[in-house]
Design a protein around this ligand. Structure first.
Ligand SMILES: Nc1ncnc2c1ncn2[C@@H]1O[C@H](COP(=O)(O)OP(=O)(O)OP(=O)(O)O)[C@@H](O)[C@H]1O
Length: 492
């Protein structure tokens, strides 16, 4: 197409309005083309008005390089960019875009600043420090709480009496505390999920938020909470039971049972104590020889002979806690058993009570849908798999050792077996003197009658204790009532 043709075409079939005269020049259009301006949407050169911008085609052509693309570009520059409507819309778009950008930058900036300046600590109720923290906060003076929750505890006093303690812990919601000059925002939240099916306790979290520079205070608070919790259990034995994959204290720590309060037949207590102490002293010996540092004890004998009481007293004597595991627990699986046995809190004795019952009961009731999923081989694997650097002492008790599978009794699983029997004469005498100190004559009288009874079935130490507790401060009463021991069904 020749230059003349191009010019003709542009003049003849140009964009309508391009040839019209318009007041709006590109430079002026920005100033006067506001929404209500003369060239605006409602202005005289509005959408329905005359054509807004004039374009000098001959100028476009002369300024272009003569090619179609060059002419088109110039045409676009003048027609579009020079158009005040486009210019006004573009201005608004630009302004809107800039504002949106600014807003998102501010949001992102604030988020960034928040992340840089603020730090959170989440403690879930699965963690042992959860209750420590709540107990700490209930006693902390610098707290500002409007929602409190009551926690009722039964604390055992030194004289053995049990008293009720109420502590006001922070309830679900928001709280504020000022610790060492730093403010912390504390949020306790409950989720719909249950932490424990039996107790129905919900899964919870506590989140502490503070300035980044104060983050070290989190550790200080946790350490203080731990110290406070340990102080509360000082001189006491904590009984742990498994909760999901962790061991949590079951009830309040109990006063230590004194080892002298358990009367076993002559020499038995000393024998077990000596073995345990020698085991605890020889960690290095085990490690050097690559032998797993664990030892299994089996206490067997009739009911009420003091097996459990002795283990509790032993824990108190060693200043250990007890991890009590019930193998018949409905939702215990082999995997979970393996995990929890390998994650016992430090300085704890693992106690498996009535070890025979777990598997016998399962066999007897499997048809009725017994749900325990622990298998006997699962238990053996869990016991064998304990690979802790810390010592592991497992105590098992049973009334029926004859029912136990020999596989459980092999060394490495059970290293020390001992019969804790019904009361021997030695034990009767010892128990009498413990209950009635200094009453030697009465004791002799009691023993004389005791021998004369010719008890066909030996009596349990638990039954003897029942007689003495009934006649607390009355040794005469105990002597007079001794015949009740011949009646196995007698209850005090
Ligand atoms: N040898 C003992 N010395 C002191 N108290 C004893 C003794 N035996 C039993 N008792 C008392 O009898 C009660 C029951 O004892 P314990 O639960 O320790 O017996 P057990 O042998 O573990 O019984 P079971 O086999 O039925 O579990 C406890 O209150 C305990 O104080």
């Amino acid at each position: 197409m020749s230059e003349g043709d191009q010019q003709r075409q542009l003049h003849g079939q140009g964009i309508p309005g391009l040839q019209n005269e318009s007041a709006g020049a590109v430079g002026a259009s920005y100033g006067s083309s506001g929404i209500n301006g003369s060239n605006g949407i409602n202005g005289s050169s509005g959408i329905n008005g005359p054509s807004p911008a004039s374009v000098d085609i001959s100028k476009i052509v002369s300024e272009s390089d003569g090619s179609v693309s060059g002419i088109s570009k110039n045409l676009f520059d003048q027609a579009v960019l020079g158009n005040p409507y486009f210019a006004a819309g573009g201005g608004l778009m630009f302004l809107g875009g800039a504002l949106a950008l600014m807003k998102s930058s501010i949001t992102r900036g604030a988020g960034f600043a928040y992340r840089q300046m603020i730090v959170d600590l989440e403690i879930s109720s699965k963690d042992r420090s959860y209750n420590w923290f709540l107990a700490w906060m209930s006693q902390f003076e610098g707290r500002m709480s409007r929602h409190l929750a009551v926690e009722t505890n039964y604390a055992q006093r030194k004289n053995g009496s049990v008293e009720t303690d109420f502590s006001l812990v922070p309830g679900p919601g928001n709280h504020l505390l000022k610790y060492k000059g730093a403010y912390m925002f504390v949020k306790r939240e409950r989720s719909g999920k249950l932490l424990d099916m039996h107790s129905g306790s919900p899964f919870e979290t506590v989140t502490l938020t503070t300035l980044y520079r104060d983050r070290n205070l989190f550790k200080e608070i946790l350490n203080e909470s731990k110290r406070l919790a340990l102080k509360a259990s000082e001189g006491k034995t904590v009984i742990y039971t498994p909760w999901n994959k962790d061991w949590l204290p079951f009830g309040q720590p109990r006063s230590k049972r004194l080892i002298d309060s358990v009367v076993l037949d002559k020499g038995i207590k000393e024998q077990i104590l000596e073995d345990v102490k020698s085991f605890l002293k020889n960690g290095k010996w085990y490690h050097e020889r690559g032998i797993p540092y664990r030892r299994g004890y089996l206490l067997y004998g009739p009911p009420g002979s003091g097996k459990t009481s002795f283990i509790q007293a032993l824990a108190g004597e060693l200043d250990y806690d007890i991890c009590l595991l019930n193998l018949s627990e409905a939702n215990l699986t082999d995997d979970r058993l393996n995990y929890i046995i390998n994650h016992i809190p430090a300085r704890s004795i693992l106690l498996l009570e009535d070890i025979d019952a777990a598997f016998n009961q399962r066999a007897a009731t499997s048809e009725q849908g017994y749900t325990s999923k622990v298998t006997f081989s699962g238990l053996l694997n869990a016991l064998d798999g304990v690979t802790s650097a810390e010592e592991i002492m497992t105590f098992m008790t049973t009334n029926h050792p004859e029912k136990l599978d020999p596989a459980l009794l092999r060394p490495g699983r059970v290293d020390f077996k001992v019969l804790i029997d019904n009361a021997s004469e030695y034990q009767v005498q010892q128990l009498f003197m413990r209950f009635y100190p200094g009453e030697i004559e009465k004791c002799n009288e009691f023993m004389k009658k005791y021998r004369a009874l010719h008890l066909e079935t030996p009596i349990s130490t638990a039954a003897l204790q029942g007689l003495f507790v009934y006649n607390k401060h009355n040794p005469d009463g105990a002597v007079k009532m001794i015949e009740v021991l011949t009646d196995p069904n007698h209850s005090f």
